[in-house]
Write a protein that binds this ligand. Structure first.
Ligand SMILES: CC(C)(COP(=O)(O)OP(=O)(O)OC[C@H]1O[C@@H](n2cnc3c(N)ncnc32)[C@H](O)[C@@H]1OP(=O)(O)O)[C@@H](O)C(=O)NCCC(=O)NCCS
Length: 172
């Protein structure tokens, strides 16, 4: 399994993964592809342009999109990463979000996707990562804890949903 930086060239299974993500889940945003507002190629262009930080407008925070590939090279998950946190990202979003295709859940892929994402963030020079998840998202909390997450604080989101702010130390 590996994380692959999103480029113009889609890995195997990407269309099915984007369809599965649909309009998003648990704060992991969907794409405009399923509703026909973007083609998959146009979405890939958006991802690869986002991943290119060389022309970032002043004040914009660099972020990166990755596909999580299984051992056959099929895309079964998505990882999105903010390289720095402003006030609002620090309060409600965190550095990393992750998504695993529904029919692939419960097999340890989510835990592995976060582990690889943390290694990547460490390679970007970060010493610790903030991960934020709703407190009713038991699978996500397990994944964070298994990757060393320590709960720092609890906040209240929309519809009275509580979220936890977890920090993970990244060994350098
Ligand atoms: C959260 C998510 C990534 C989990 O992916 P996954 O591949 O199923 O996770 P894993 O298989 O690695 O499971 C991790 C742990 O959660 C547990 N778990 C998985 N699904 C569970 C469920 N529905 N209820 C309770 N525990 C669950 C697993 O048993 C495992 O715990 P264990 O190691 O103690 O056995 C996936 O459900 C998902 O993509 N959800 C939508 C997006 C999301 O919520 N992202 C997180 C917020 S950024």
């Amino acid at each position: 399994m590996k994380l692959e930086v999103a480029t113009l060239h889609p890995p195997q299974g990407l269309a099915a993964l984007i369809k599965d993500l649909g309009s998003g889940e648990n704060g992991v945003g969907g794409t405009a592809v399923p509703r026909g507002a973007l083609t998959l190629d146009e979405y890939l262009l958006f991802c690869s342009e986002t991943n290119d930080h060389s022309n970032l407008k002043s004040g914009n925070i660099p972020r990166s999109f990755f596909w999580f590939l299984d051992d056959e090279g099929v895309a079964i998950g998505i990882v999105r990463m903010w390289h720095y946190l402003n006030k609002s990202l620090k309060e409600r979003t965190g550095h990393i979000s992750y998504y695993i295709r529904r029919d692939k859940r419960g097999k340890g892929y989510g835990r592995e996707a976060l582990r690889l994402a943390l290694l990547t963030l460490r390679d970007f020079g970060k010493k610790r990562a903030l991960i934020i998840t709703d407190l009713d998202n038991i699978a996500s909390i397990r994944i964070i804890q298994e990757n060393g997450g320590i709960l720092e604080s609890v906040g209240m989101g929309g519809e009275e949903r509580k979220f936890g702010r977890y920090w993970i130390e990244l060994e350098i």
